[in-house]
Design a protein around this ligand. Structure first.
Ligand code: MET
Ligand SMILES: [Zn+2]
Length: 771
């Protein structure tokens, strides 16, 4: 009997209950017990939803108050000693690692965040060192399982696998070897997993889902022997529990050759991401009795599953396994954490459009339907028929393409991707025109999105104030932001982005070809959720989008006002893309729309523009062999958007959250006049790129971030000065700009003013001492 399962579910609540509770707790409006009560309600609600959709296997332990990787770090005692010794409660220690803590005499920065594989989710990087004592610091995975059991759900607990957990980590400051191979700590960690598995077994778990997505990376191959020893240890020490080993976001390829011999009871593959890789896995397991869990329903996109097509794949697999349907499970491709909660909360989309989509709740229904159809086709016939009609309606809609847009993309010439002169020439003209001091200071675009801004936007959206009133309000905000920046003494100013709810959604709303949800929130990190727009048809720009605001802001100051756009790759990567045409084509369509905007900004007298591409790196496929084709279209798209202007226009781009060491060549290849990159928490990893043989290679001007914007903590002048000093040593005085890691929208004015004052003071000193 084929069972259905879900690998994980959104943990934000259908109406963002968890965000509200977290933020209330952090601002001392509610106590810990109230926060934990909300968390419990949401966990139980999730199980109820999954079950009511007819899913057989329910996951526990995927709920988190911030990040599931941090949960496991916390459970296994991967806690840097400064946090462990802080005297804070366990809950506040957890939050201190997540977001820093600067209260009651405790001053701790947040741990580093990185992108979760090729998604827009951020995890907190485990901080590891040689003498770390792994032990069970808590039993959260067991507690969650028991809680579900007591509520009547016999669940399958989910653990992040030990190899992936260590692989995601980095050598902490406490490490003797800064290049510590973190997976080398496995021998010490694996026994603690055994202890945890024993507790889960004792609590009644018969299966456990262990996520090892590292198996979809090229690196996975390095760990064949570690996989063998670890999973043999689990099987021998805790034989009463069956392991479903899960992979997602890519293909296991040759790693299947050792995975197939592991003592596991089940193996999950992401069929949605890598449909062509499935056969290889099925053949490898054909003569075993391992259960194959087929990730047919996307955990990453929102399009309705083509159930007939999925069913065909599942049936083929069953046939290849000698008709043993019990050896197949139908599952989501990954956790559903990357999709919104339910389409039921969407009241504004037309019935036609809504019928194209499935969100997390509906996806549960899809896996259940597929499993039912596999067991007994007659029980699912109606549901399959309804699905077939929806799929057909969408395909019919897709046929209406915008031929003008398609023709323009087809007519792109190689020279459209190039600025008129090389950087050295541009730099001369720009430095004269922009008239900047050494170590020019700037910010990344956004300033605090205050309560007032959010409330005025909400009032405008509800029709309580009209367009003119709202625009007047925004103008006042911009004027205020300009004044504050002048007071701080910044060199290149920004307008502060008060008109933007979100850097992608804002542009999506102004472009043709996108649809929007009211409640389609997806967790980005912690309590920060985004509502990705959905690309549904060809993209074009009906009229200028930002010119009005940039022009107004420039009119208020003699300093340079930087225009602010989100780049094509980021708009696409932070949207739900269409699944009927390539991402390359979608990205070029967006790039052309942005190119027109950049040209319009220049015509309006703007002399500097920043085109943000923070999502460039996260779009990288998991396998290096696929990188080239992605980077080619991604870099070309950016260049297409930026290259329509004269040499005099200073173009900047911005990157954050990610390690860029391995694809810095692509960042340079964008040929932006200046790039700002998050740097303050990455332990000089970025700077290492510029030492040695790469020192003078490729980079135009660069602004490595000097303070962390995710934390309310004020990095003191001395600390920022040290950062600048290191940057200057490595990159050279002339190339460096000074800026924060990213935009300041999540900070309060008080916080970011203090942070920027320290940055300016550090810069003044650096100009004198480092020239
Ligand atoms: C995630 S990158 C953000 C860049 C944007 N311009 C901002 O300052 O908010
Ligand atoms: Zn950023």
């Amino acid at each position: 009997m084929a069972a259905s399962s879900v690998l994980g579910f959104p943990r934000i609540g259908p109406q963002r209950e968890v965000k509200k509770a977290l933020e209330a707790y952090w601002s001392d409006k509610i106590q810990a017990d109230e926060l934990l009560k909300v968390a419990k309600q949401q966990r139980l609600h999730t199980y109820e939803i999954i079950k009511s959709q007819g899913v057989d296997v329910i996951p526990t332990g995927t709920f988190t108050l911030y990040d599931h990787i941090l949960d496991f770090s916390n459970t296994f005692n991967i806690i840097p000693s400064a946090y462990a010794k802080s005297g804070l409660s366990p809950l506040d220690t957890f939050f201190a690692m997540a977001r820093g803590h600067q209260k009651g005499g405790v001053d701790l920065p947040a741990n580093e965040m990185r992108k979760w594989f090729n998604s827009n989710y951020h995890y907190l990087v485990p901080e590891l060192h040689e003498s770390l004592e792994f032990k069970l610091n808590n039993t959260k995975p067991v507690d969650d399982f028991v809680e579900a059991k007591e509520a009547g759900y016999n669940a399958r607990p989910v653990l992040v696998g030990p190899i992936t957990l260590l692989w995601l980590g980095k050598a902490s400051r406490e490490a003797k070897n800064p290049n510590l191979d973190t997976v080398s700590l496995l021998e010490k960690l694996a026994p603690v997993y055994v202890e945890l598995l024993k507790k889960l077994a004792a609590a009644g778990a018969d299966w456990v889902q262990i996520d090892e997505p590292v198996l979809c990376m090229d690196d996975g191959a390095k760990y064949a022997s570690q996989f063998k020893s670890t999973y043999e240890l689990f099987a021998s020490q805790v034989p009463e529990i069956k392991t479903l080993l899960t992979t997602y976001f890519g293909r296991v390829d040759d790693n299947v050759n050792f995975v197939k011999d592991l003592p596991i009871a089940g193996f999950h593959v992401d069929v949605y991401s890598a449909p062509n890789a499935l056969n290889n896995v099925v053949s490898a397991f054909a003569n075993k009795d391992t259960v194959l869990s087929l990730g047919l329903v996307s955990g990453r996109n929102i399009w309705k599953n083509d159930l007939a097509a999925s069913l065909k794949i599942a049936k083929d697999v069953v046939a290849q396994l000698g008709n043993k349907a019990e050896r197949v499970q139908i599952a989501t491709s990954s956790s559903l954490l990357h999709t919104p909660y339910t389409i039921k909360n969407e009241k504004k989309l037309s019935a036609e459009v809504l019928d194209w989509f499935s969100f997390a709740t509906e996806k549960c229904g899809e896996v259940a339907t597929l499993a039912a159809a596999l067991r007994d086709p007659s029980t699912a016939a109606d549901r399959l028929e309804v699905n077939e009609r929806s799929i057909k309606a969408r395909r019919d809609f897709e046929k209406n393409s915008n031929s003008a847009v398609r023709d323009r993309v087809a007519a792109i010439k190689p020279e459209d991707l190039n600025r008129k002169s090389p950087f050295a020439v541009r730099r001369e003209v720009q430095r004269k025109r922009l008239n900047l001091p050494a170590l020019p200071t700037t910010t990344i675009g956004s300033f605090p999105q205050t309560k007032e801004i959010r409330s005025q936007r909400a009032r405008f959206n509800k029709g309580e104030i009209d367009q003119a009133q709202y625009e007047k309000f925004l103008e006042n905000e911009i004027a205020d932001v300009v004044k504050r920046q002048e007071a701080l003494g910044l060199d290149v100013l920004v307008h502060g982005e008060p008109e933007r709810n979100d850097m992608v959604q804002y542009f999506g709303e102004l472009l043709d070809g996108f649809e929007f949800t009211q409640n389609g929130w997806v967790q980005s990190f912690g309590s920060r959720y985004v509502r990705p727009p959905i690309v549904v048809s060809d993209v074009s720009r009906p009229q200028p989008m930002t010119v009005r605001w940039s022009q107004y802001a420039q009119s208020l100051t003699k300093k340079v006002m930087k225009g602010m756009l989100t780049g094509p790759v980021t708009i696409l990567n932070w949207s739900f893309p269409r699944d009927d045409i390539s991402r390359d084509l979608q990205s070029k369509q967006i790039a052309l729309a942005l190119r027109d905007e950049v040209c319009d900004l220049e015509k309006a007298g703007i002399v500097s523009v920043q085109i943000d591409e923070p999502a460039l790196r996260e779009g990288l496929p998991l396998r290096k062999s696929d990188w080239d084709s992605y980077l080619t279209w991604a870099v070309d798209s950016f260049r297409l958007s930026a290259a329509g202007v004269s040499d005099e226009m200073n173009t900047a781009s911005h990157f954050c959250y990610s390690s860029f060491e391995d694809c810095i060549a692509a960042v340079f290849a964008l040929d932006a006049d200046m790039i700002s990159i998050e740097n303050s928490k990455s332990d000089e990893k970025l700077l290492k790129v510029f030492t040695g043989d790469k020192k003078d290679e490729g980079v135009n001007d660069i602004g490595p971030g000097v303070f962390d914007i995710h934390s309310p903590r004020v990095a003191p002048e001395q600390e920022q000065f040290e950062k600048i000093k290191r940057i200057v040593e490595v990159v050279g005085f002339d190339k460096v700009w000074i800026n924060p890691d990213c935009g300041l929208k999540t900070r309060t004015w008080e916080e970011c003013t203090a942070q920027l004052e320290a940055m300016m003071a550090a810069t003044q000193r650096a100009r004198k001492e480092l020239a």
